[in-house]
Design a binder for this molecule. Structure first.
Ligand SMILES: [Zn+2]
Length: 283
């Protein structure tokens, strides 16, 4: 009994030590994020954070864009972009656009509507009819919209909802949602990519699903991504949609490397990983 008690005390002391030691690190990370959010960016520059699965945050010259964000694990005590989490109070001074490609649970959570309590300037762009509110924009496939200085164009996803192309602050960004070549004929997938290829000349950053939801890589998905890279010739690509198995991103990047595409494939290894895009490259 005594020795069991000693074990419990030992474990409690260790856990407390870990928590106490991590507090200064978290505070430092939050300070770094604050400085990055205040940093002045030029046209064609972006800071990109990986938020898990298909979730991304992108700061451009005038905006903060968030894509397909879902809380997949227990939120840390101090959520921050530094840990790959959205903490609305951290973003309260940003001009935020939240994009949600479709309503599947790995891309959308209703919690995001509460962000507007903290963030004054926030708008939501949904790839389906998500409801009517002054700050909601609901888009169908192959629609275009201009919101302030941002142009948005959609394609029909091979899964549900849409894929988003947006032109903002000198950048052309494509987040594919669940538009992937899941199998069968390539045509339904390819014709949407061709539509974007005809619509736009230069793609800066693309985010493409490289695995099925339960982290399996399928040959058809890879072929679809390779087709997209050949067709759109984006400067930079980030693999996504691996259900938290980020090693899949590295595997994909290594495979793409051998194909000698003009696109540079970069990959996240952990939630909160950050990338700086400038001069057509991740610096
Ligand atoms: Zn999905």
């Amino acid at each position: 009994m005594v020795s069991r008690l000693r074990w419990v005390v030992c474990i409690l002391v260790s856990v407390s030590l870990v928590i106490v030691m991590s507090i200064p690190t978290q505070a430092k990370q939050k300070e770094e994020v604050k400085a990055l959010l205040e940093q002045k960016l030029e046209e064609k520059e972006a800071i990109i954070w990986y938020l898990g699965h298909s979730g991304w945050a992108i700061k451009t010259k005038n905006h903060l864009l968030i894509f397909d964000y879902v809380e997949t694990e227990t939120k840390p005590a101090e959520p921050s972009l530094a840990t790959g989490n959205i903490n609305p109070s951290e973003l309260k001074d940003q001009q935020v656009f939240v994009f949600v490609s479709h309503s599947d649970g790995d891309h959308y959570s209703e919690d995001i509507s509460a962000w507007e309590k903290s963030i004054t300037n926030i708008r939501y762009i949904f790839g389906w009819q998500a409801g009517e509110k002054p700050n909601y924009v609901c888009m169908e496939a192959r629609q275009s919209r201009k919101i302030d200085d941002m142009e948005i164009l959609t394609i029909s996803s091979t899964d549900a909802g849409v894929g988003f192309l947006m032109k903002v602050d000198g950048l052309v960004i494509f987040h594919a949602g669940d538009h992937a070549h899941w199998g069968g004929a390539m045509d339904p997938f390819a014709k949407e990519i061709d539509y974007f290829a005809q619509s736009e000349q230069e793609f800066d950053i693309v985010f493409l699903a490289v695995a099925a939801r339960r982290d399996q890589r399928w040959e058809s998905i890879t072929q679809g991504v390779f087709y997209t890279l050949k067709k759109l010739l984006p400067k930079v690509m980030f693999p996504m949609h691996a259900g938290g198995k980020e090693h899949i991103f590295k595997e994909f990047a290594q495979e793409a490397e051998m194909k000698k595409f003009t696109t540079n494939v970069h990959y996240a290894e952990n939630k909160g990983d950050r990338f700086f895009y400038q001069n057509g490259k991740i610096q």
